[in-house]
Design a protein around this ligand. Structure first.
Ligand SMILES: Nc1nc2c(ncn2[C@@H]2O[C@H](COP(=O)(O)OP(=O)(O)OP(=O)(O)O)[C@@H](O)[C@H]2O)c(=O)[nH]1
Ligand SMILES: [Mg+2]
Length: 505
């Protein structure tokens, strides 16, 4: 577990050293900063109401921490984890506690916090885990406010930061509740790799026919909501403490078959620290790749814009220079001394002709400046459209895209494109760096993506993280840290940047 914390610190320090400076220059929002408190691996329990989420948590913990019941029982989220004593903290305390990494949940609102609980219990199995119980999903897909807080947003936040998500269904509602369906299609999109689907309470089936029908309905509903070719595996199980009918003759389903699935789910829950290690490195790699594409396209756009502006400026100043210069050189020919005398005598009538000419010249300059600024505005507008950004992306990756089809690059671009548009709209093209130090940072990031982060992944072997013998740990985290951070010294880069800026100004 110490190894996992070290890895988490290393990943955060990689964010800080390799990604954050470049991200700040191109206004890229990084999800993790080195200021955050490292947290325990998280397992999120989602699903229909009364599908057995709380009972499953109690089963894993070996004690009754959560209340359970047939009517909708939980109306808020509960974080269950290890503590030397049995204790319950309220939501407000949780989000303001400096040692807990839930500060970012504060903005979910007072109604959410009023129902948020943090429970600790001295159960050994919880030592390396936080189990997150959630309110059961119900039928109303449209009425977002029946809980008083934005349930979908909360699910999204917890799901994003979870290392494993268990989604519970029961024989009563096999994928038919509105909230469950919308959660699959919206909040869990892209998170399928950490999702386990569970059909719970199979002990309630009297006959194999009922089981087959329910299982089929669930598969059908899932196939409509999960965007993958294959139907995901469904763990069919039950909790032995609740098994109905015991030695009832009616039971034609041998329950023992479902015990294995329960053991597998519990094993996956216990493997959450290993998943976390993997998720941390994957998250770092994904962010690094997105940042690289974001920064490269922004750099391309900003360089193009700056070049164009320089050309237009050069043209405008040349015109001004030529016009102004011609007037100056030909002044002996058109300038009359008596205008000065008339001006001193305030004899305005004699100054009508030169005054009119000066007015025309001024009008010419004002019109030129007006056309110049309208022209720039039009250029900016034409650059900040989805279509032209696609063109800039292709220009930025001309080399890579000409060699072979890069579906991976295109999918990263699809995920980053709207961020680039937002940055251009919010901060403007001039705020984007085109300095040589930014190019250097970009090269270093690329090197991290190709070498350092994969090296960090290779060194992650968290079979050792849950082992008690720390000497068995097969990763040398300090080494990995060095390799990730060796690519860039942010202080040097910042200094280079300032120098570049000074030179250009
Ligand atoms: N037969 C049977 N009953 C179960 C099983 N698991 C849980 N139950 C019962 O199902 C009911 C609901 O269980 P909970 O654990 O409260 O379900 P929940 O998903 O937490 O419900 P909400 O908090 O309302 O969303 C309780 O009465 C449990 O006793 C099971 O495997 N088999
Ligand atoms: Mg519950």
């Amino acid at each position: 577990m110490d190894d996992l914390l070290k890895l988490e610190r290393n990943v955060r320090s990689a964010y800080a050293k390799t990604l954050s400076l470049l991200a700040s220059r191109f206004h890229y929002p990084l999800p993790v900063s080195d200021r955050d408190v490292p947290g325990l691996p998280r397992v999120l329990f989602l699903g229909n109401h009364s599908s057995g989420k709380s009972s499953f948590i109690n089963h894993i913990a070996g004690i009754e921490i959560q209340k359970s019941g047939l009517a909708p029982t939980d109306d808020g989220f509960t974080l269950v984890t290890y503590g030397d004593a049995e204790e319950t903290l309220d939501g407000q305390t949780v989000v303001t506690h400096p040692d807990l990494d839930y500060q970012d949940m504060a903005d979910l609102g007072p109604d959410f916090l009023a129902k948020l609980q943090y429970k600790t219990y001295p159960a050994e199995v919880l030592r390396h885990l936080t189990l997150i119980d959630s309110p059961g999903m119900i039928d109303s897909a449209s009425d977002d406010n029946h809980r008083g807080y934005d349930f979908r947003e909360c699910v999204q936040r917890f799901a994003d930061s979870a290392d494993l998500i268990l989604f519970f269904f029961d024989p009563d509602k096999p994928g038919t509740t509105g909230e469950a369906i919308s959660t699959f299609t919206e909040q869990l999109l892209g998170l399928e790799h950490k999702l386990l689907i569970i059909l719970n309470k199979v002990d309630l089936f009297d006959h194999i026919r009922d089981f087959a029908r329910t299982y089929g309905t669930l598969c059908w509903n899932l196939s409509k909501t999960i965007p993958s070719k294959d139907t995901p595996r469904i763990y069919t199980t039950y909790l032995p403490d609740f098994a109905t009918g015991q030695v009832d003759q009616k039971h034609t389903i041998p329950l023992e078959d479902f015990d294995t699935a329960r053991e597998e789910v519990i094993a996956e829950v216990k493997r959450a620290p290993a998943r976390r290690a993997d998720n941390l490195v994957s998250g770092l790699l994904i962010q690094a790749k997105r940042l690289s594409v974001h920064a490269r396209v922004c750099h391309e756009v900003a360089s193009y814009y700056n070049r164009l502006v320089s050309k237009i400026r050069f043209f405008v100043f040349s015109v001004l220079f030529v016009v102004g210069g011609s007037f100056w050189l030909t002044r002996l020919w058109w300038f009359k001394e008596e205008w000065i005398t008339a001006f001193n005598d305030e004899n305005w009538e004699s100054l009508v002709v030169p005054g009119f000419a000066a007015g025309l010249i001024l009008l010419f300059f004002v019109t030129l400046l007006f056309v110049y600024s309208i022209g720039l505005q039009k250029i900016r507008r034409s650059i900040s459209t989805e279509e032209s950004l696609d063109v800039f992306f292709k220009r930025a990756y001309k080399g890579e895209l000409s060699l072979r089809k890069r579906a991976d690059l295109f999918s990263i671009w699809q995920a980053t494109k709207f961020g680039v548009l937002d940055v251009i709209d919010t901060y403007g093209l001039r705020s984007l760096s085109t300095s040589s130090s930014s190019r250097k940072l970009l090269r270093n990031l690329q090197q991290s993506i190709e070498k350092d982060i994969p090296a960090l992944r290779r060194k992650v072997d968290f079979t050792a993280s849950i082992s008690t013998d720390k000497n068995e740990a097969s990763m040398s985290i300090e080494d990995s840290n060095q390799s990730v951070s060796s690519t860039e010294n942010p202080i040097d880069a910042e200094r280079d940047f300032s120098e570049d800026r000074d030179k250009s100004s």
